[in-house]
Design a protein around this ligand. Sequence first.
Ligand code: NAD
Ligand code: TYD
Length: 370
Amino acid sequence: MKRLLVTGGAGFIGANFCHYWCSTHPLDRVVVLDALTYAGNLASIAPLIDSGKLRFERGDIGERSRVAALITEEAIDTVVNFAAESHVDRSLEDPATFLRTNVLGTQALLDAARGAWGADAGRRGCRFHHVSTDEVYGSLGPGAAAFTESTPYAPNSPYAASKAAADHLVRAYSHSFGLPCSISNCSNNYGPYQFPEKLLPLCILNILEGRPLPIYGDGQQIRDWLHVSDHCRALELILAQPAASGTWNVGGSTQEPNLTVVGMVCDLVDRAFAAERSLAARFPSCPAAGGRASRTLIRHVQDRPGHDRRYAVDSTRIRERLGFAIGTPLAPGLEDTVRWYLGNEGWWRSVVSGDYRQWYARQYAGKVGA
Ligand code: NAD
Ligand code: TYD
C-alpha cells in the first residue's frame, strides 16, 4: 500500500491520474496538493473528494515547511509531482512565473521530501517521481531520430527551459543527497479535463461556439499525441519500479501535423452533430448546426515565436522493460475526447472564467479577431 502526495492533482493530467489511481488502487492513501491557479479545477476531482477517496489541500509546492509537515503528517512515501505552469504561450509572456513554480517550486518540494524523509528515504521505500516533458529535448528535423532518454537537453521555450532545469535538480538531489527520484518525459497529452488553452480543447470549444480555429503558421508542426489514460498507465508501471530505474520516455507513437489533428477533430464534431440532432439546439453557433463543415473555421495565423517544429518520443525503454503499450490510439482517443467535452459542458463552462476569456482575447485578438 502506498501513501501518495500528488502535486498539481487538480490540473489536467494530475486529475486524470487521481481518478485512475483511486479506482485501480483503492487501498492507497492519496493526498492532493494544488495551488489552484487558473489551470487547476477542483471540479475535476470533486467526486473523489466528496466520496472521501482523497484528501485535498490547497497550497503551493514552494512552501517548503508546510509541504514537509504534510508529508510527515500523512506518512507520505511517494510524491508524484505534476504541479507546474504548463502552457508554452504563457511562458513567452511571463517567464518568471514559470521559473518560480517549475524550478524553485520543484526545488522546494525536493527539499521538503528530503527533510521529511531523512537520510534513509531509500531504505524506507520512499520515492519522488517528477513528471516532465519531451519538450526538454528541443525540436527535431523531419528525418531525425526520435528522442531517447540519452538525447541531450536543448529546450527552446521558457516553459521547456524551466522543466529542463527542474529535471536537472531532481537528478542532482538524487545524486548528491541520495533522494530516491525518478523522472518521466512525456509527449503531448490529450483527453478529458484538459484546460481549454491547449490546442485540442481550444479547437473543440471554438468549433462548438463558432469561433475561428487559430493554426499557428503552416500547421505542419508535428506532435506525438498520447491519450492521458495511457500516460497514467505508464506512470503506474514506472512507480512499480525502484526509483533507481531513472528516466523514462513516454510517447504516443503517433506523429501527426497539427492541421491533420485539428481536421480530425472538426470531422468528429460534424459527425456527432449529424448523429445527434439535439446538439444543434445546444450549440447553434457551431457550423455543423447549420449543416456547414467545421473545417471552414480553420485560420492560419501568425506563428508562435521559436515554435518547435517536431517532437517524437522513442518509447523503446518503457515498452521493452515494462511492457508498456498504447491502449488508446489517436482516432478513438480523439473521438472519446470530443464526446467527453460534448457531455461535460458544465465542467468547461465552469473552468472558463472571465480572466481566461480576457487572456484569450488578448492572445488571439490580433491574430483571428477573437
Ligand atoms: P495543467 O496546467 O493542466 O495543471 C497544472 C496544475 O498544477 C494545476 O492544477 C495548477 O493549479 C497546479 N499548480 C501550478 N502551480 C502550482 C504550485 N506552485 N503549487 C501547487 N500547484 C500548482 O498541467 P498538465 O497539462 O496537467 O501537466 C501536468 C504536468 O505534466 C506538468 O508538470 C507538465 O509540465 C507535464 N506534462 C504535460 C504534458 C501535456 O501535454 N499537458 C506533456 C508532458 C508533460
Ligand atoms: P499546445 O497545446 O500549446 O502544446 P505544446 O506547445 O506544448 O506542444 O500546442 C500544440 C501544438 O499546436 C503546437 O505546435 C502549437 C500549436 N497551436 C496552434 O497551432 N494554435 C493554438 O491556438 C495553440 C494553442 C497551439
